[in-house]
Design a protein around this ligand. Sequence first.
Ligand code: FES
Ligand SMILES: [Fe+2]
Length: 379
Amino acid sequence: MPTVAQTETKPGFRKTAETFTSGAKTLPQRYFVSPKIFAEEKEKIFSREWVLVGHQSQISKAGDYLVANVANESLIIVLDQKSTIRGFYNVCRHRGTRLREDRSGHASAIQCPYHAWTYGLDGRLIGAPHMDDVRGFDKADYSLHSVHLALWEGFIFVNLADSPTPLDECFAPLAGKFSHWNLPKLRSAKRIDYEVRANWKLIFENYSECYHCPGVHPMLSKISPYDSAENDLTEGPFLGGFMKINKGKSLTMSGNACASRLGDIAAEDFHRIFYYSIFPNVLLSLHPDYVMVHQLWPQSSERTLILCDWFFHPEAFKCAVGFHPEDAIEFWDMTNKQDWHVCELSQQGIASRAYEAGPYSSRESIPAAWDREYLRQME
Ligand code: FES
Ligand SMILES: [Fe+2]
């Protein structure tokens, strides 16, 4: 007859004794499940920091636009006639209506679907039917509200703060660091959207260590030794370093390079992948033959939308032979899903009453540093 194991203490759970003092621990449960903390993150982080919304190659012709949702604010990012990238709140100046409902597109002007007020690509109001009859009305007073926008290595960042610290100042630790990869020139061959049922911080913590790689990513571990990480940015909003790739290999399904090299990459970097997290919504993975970029968009305390792009050199697209973007895309689509799955499992366990903060290992110094930066920003 079966017996049942007795719990050691009743009722409730035996919490780990507070004797573990030598290292960092994971964040308490509330940071992963609390709607109140989620609202605070929107206010203190996503409304104040520079946030990635896309790459300049994604709006390359005048009138191309994309729509981004940052901390519940919908923004239109558009290339105007003078090749200037501009960012506007997606809010009509007449009665506030949402102007664009799609996520990207092309238009010669931005027209409101309600009463047809029309704005130029520079945000100026250029058409407002029957408003000439209104005494004192001046179109010049009703341009779209703009948002702070800046470029870093061809990537478009926005900032909702009234007077943000200039992006160049914030990104000083990365200045010139990736110039060999020709990032401003690159073009995305593919985007995949992932809806992940996990808190956005779990995605960062997962990306920041390869302690999980032998079990979760058997194929990746064969090409890139899980214990080969060498980090050079270990504190602050930018974290990461490189991992080795076995000689002659690439992170693709076939194991072969899938495109020509991205630029003037140093010989020792032919066998390295650089992984950096950029607080608060970017994962930047630089390979010799392609660059993968994840944008993280928290949807709730327990859901994250992840947009993943695979960028290649524009010349690679012209090569009839030797260009196989799908070889890398398939590899990372598989690997991404392996990661999202364990993040979802973590979310499920963390939501349990049995969860308590656990000790990070010596191979998890970067997630611990990421947590410290997060807590600093939440102070
Ligand atoms: S609300 Fe936009 S034109 Fe009336
Ligand atoms: Fe992973």
